[in-house]
Ligand binder design. Structure first.
Ligand SMILES: Nc1ncnc2c1ncn2[C@@H]1O[C@H](COP(=O)(O)OP(=O)(O)OP(=O)(O)O)[C@@H](O)[C@H]1O
Ligand SMILES: [Mg+2]
Length: 589
């Protein structure tokens, strides 16, 4: 069944190349016909041209052969051209639809696949499909045509000898089939090992600084070596098995050829067959050998391509994961966010990352979120733009359940500065335009100013047009964070989410950024995740998370009185505030 889906995906991408898919095999067949005629001409040359010394016939046949060769070449070039067009075109459409589809998938689904395998599927797998397609278009009709054509031509020359052909073909097909059965499952294994190598390479390249800092180069190299060896071994094994095909075909065919010559020689001796015909029969046998070997290789690459097509289509088969209503509800209250008994666990995770979270964020207020690492802060804010769906309970924005919004409506309300800052290759202005397509330079500067990024951008020679390398690697961590904040501000979001966006900023910048956010005319509700109490202590409401649960909720002053977890965090950061034991007890009660 899987295979069917793989083929369907492939056929879909071939839709625009119907003409090429017909013309290429057609011209290949014409070329094959030219090939099939040659041995007959040779027989004539031997029997009549040379045997009877008919020079004019000899030359005419030679010219005929030259003509056939030229025609064959022409047809073959045309066939190659169409095959290349169709296979390259279809592969690029397939790649595009795979990429488009990946963009639609939910973050949970992407987590499950992992980027390594998605990259191999987009690159290596699709290349295999392209090669398989190209070979198929050229050979799928031609090879059987020549094999059976040779046999039929042999029958027209001499029935007794032709029986040798008829007997050898099924034996050969059986050998090909057997090898195929062994190889197909192996190809899938090879591709998934390739996935592992891709994941490893990615991890090594992105983590290169850490690897150096911990002098783990040797371990990285040996780990890579191990996986790479595994891949090599697999490839060698598949290679060996499939390489058996050629010797097996050659041995079988040559046995048949010996037998053919033996029978032929007797018949020529008895005068039942001419010498020319014997040579022609042998040529047909030779053509058949070559075509059968090609056919066997073709079958192998078709199988390989089918295995890859399965892998590609298993991604395409993934449902986008989240459904969106056709018509969304009208918001009741602007800029508010509500969590109502929300619990969430990541796919395949054993424990809940969030348990029974409830709170109401009033419009235009600042909400601070604090808690130890892994306490669920990022998870909580990822539920607001619906990167994931809550397992139970409801998340509402503007009084409407986030599931009731159309695909874009919700996202457009939210400006998100993720914990791991991602910038993209382009200019600074390009990056800011992610927030709003129609951004003017003036607004860009305004956002940069609020985000405390104005100074360093001004200092750059090309200002807004300075180049940002992929991932923002030519900027410092703090500069990246500030640009990411500006990018979120550009959108004038109703809800601004800053996930630990102050971590790379020094205290002074942190303070002035918060001040300018407060003073800007943005009418936003701000969610501020931080590990530092000083960053969030002025928020209207602070959520204290502990191991996925809400350990406390209130203002800084309230929490200092009631929430032990918050007190501990605060005192660990500002030890001077830790009271003497007696007072501590009082506060805790
Ligand atoms: N993509 C994921 N898949 C599975 N589990 C995850 C994923 N992301 C986070 N978790 C788990 O969920 C829990 C909460 O993680 P979360 O990222 O929300 O913590 P956090 O409070 O933001 O921590 P930090 O302060 O370090 O950013 C952790 O135990 C973590 O192991
Ligand atoms: Mg986090």
């Amino acid at each position: 069944m899987q295979k069917g889906v793989g083929m369907k995906t492939l056929l879909d991408s071939l839709k625009n190349y119907k003409k090429e898919c017909v013309l290429s095999p057609l011209f290949k067949m014409l070329e094959a016909m030219m090939d099939l005629l040659v041995p007959v001409l040779v027989a004539g040359i031997i029997d009549r041209g040379i045997g009877l010394n008919d020079t004019s016939y000899l030359y005419s046949q030679i010219w005929m052969m030259v003509l056939l060769a030229a025609l064959g070449l022409g047809f073959s070039v045309i066939a190659q051209y169409y095959a290349a067009r169709a296979s390259v075109g279809a592969a690029s459409e397939l790649r595009q639809s795979l990429f488009d589809h990946i963009q639609q998938l939910s973050i949970g689904t992407l987590d499950r696949f992992g980027s390594g395998t998605l990259i191999t599927r987009m690159t290596s797998d699709i290349n295999m499909i392209q090669n398989g397609l190209n070979l198929t278009l050229r050979l799928l009709l031609r090879s059987p045509f020549i094999v059976f054509g040779s046999m039929i031509m042999a029958f027209t020359i001499n029935v007794k000898c032709a029986l040798v052909f008829a007997a050898s073909i099924p034996i050969l097909l059986a050998a090909v089939f057997f090898i195929m059965l062994v190889c197909i499952p192996l190809y899938k294994k090879v591709q998934s090992q390739l996935d592992r190598i891709m994941t490893l390479t990615r991890q090594n390249l992105t983590g290169v600084r850490v690897i150096r800092a911990f002098s783990r180069e040797k371990d990285s190299v040996s780990e890579f070596d191990r996986e790479n060896q595994k891949l090599t071994k697999m490839n060698e094994f598949v290679g060996r098995v499939s390489a058996l095909l050629n010797p097996i075909t050659y041995v079988l065919i040559n046995i048949a050829a010996i037998y053919l010559i033996k029978i032929g020689a007797v018949q020529v001796n008895l005068g039942e067959m001419s010498q020319g015909d014997a040579v022609a029969l042998y040529s047909y046998m030779a053509q058949m050998i070559i075509e059968l070997v090609k056919l066997a290789n073709l079958i192998i690459s078709i199988n390989r391509a089918a295995a890859c097509a399965d892998r590609v289509s298993s991604v395409l088969k993934e449902e986008p994961g989240m459904s969106y209503p056709v018509q969304s509800e009208q918001p009741e209250e602007k800029n508010s966010v509500d969590f109502n008994h929300v619990s969430f666990a990541y796919p395949d995770a054993r424990e809940d990352s969030l348990t029974d979270i409830s709170f109401h964020a009033r419009p235009h207020t600042a909400v601070g979120i604090i808690g130890g690492t892994g306490s669920g802060k990022s998870t909580l804010i990822n539920l607001i733009p619906r990167f994931y769906d809550a397992l139970s309970g409801t998340v509402s924005v503007d009084g409407v359940n986030v599931r009731e919004y159309g695909r874009k409506e919700l996202i457009e309300k939210i400006g998100l500065v993720p914990q791991k800052t991602e910038l993209f290759a382009g200019t600074i202005l390009d990056n800011l335009k992610w927030g709003s397509e129609s951004l003017s330079e003036e607004d860009a500067w305004k956002a940069l100013k609020t985000a405390q990024a104005e100074t360093f951008v001004r200092e750059k020679e090309s200002g807004l047009y300075s180049i940002v390398e992929p991932g923002g690697r030519n900027l410092s961590g703090g500069q990246r964070q500030r640009l990411a904040i500006a990018r979120a501000l550009v959108r004038h979001p109703e809800i601004l989410i800053l996930d630990d966006s102050f971590s790379a900023l020094d205290f002074a910048t942190d303070a002035s950024l918060r001040k300018s956010l407060r003073e800007s005319e943005l009418n936003t509700t701000v969610f501020m995740v931080s590990q530092r109490t000083s960053t969030i202590m002025h928020a209207d409401q602070i959520l204290v998370l502990d191991d996925g649960r809400l350990a406390g909720i209130g203002t800084h002053e309230e929490l200092m009185k009631t929430c032990e977890v918050y007190q501990e965090i605060r005192w660990s950061q500002v030890p001077e505030e830790r009271p003497l034991d007696g007072i501590h007890m009082e506060a805790a009660v």
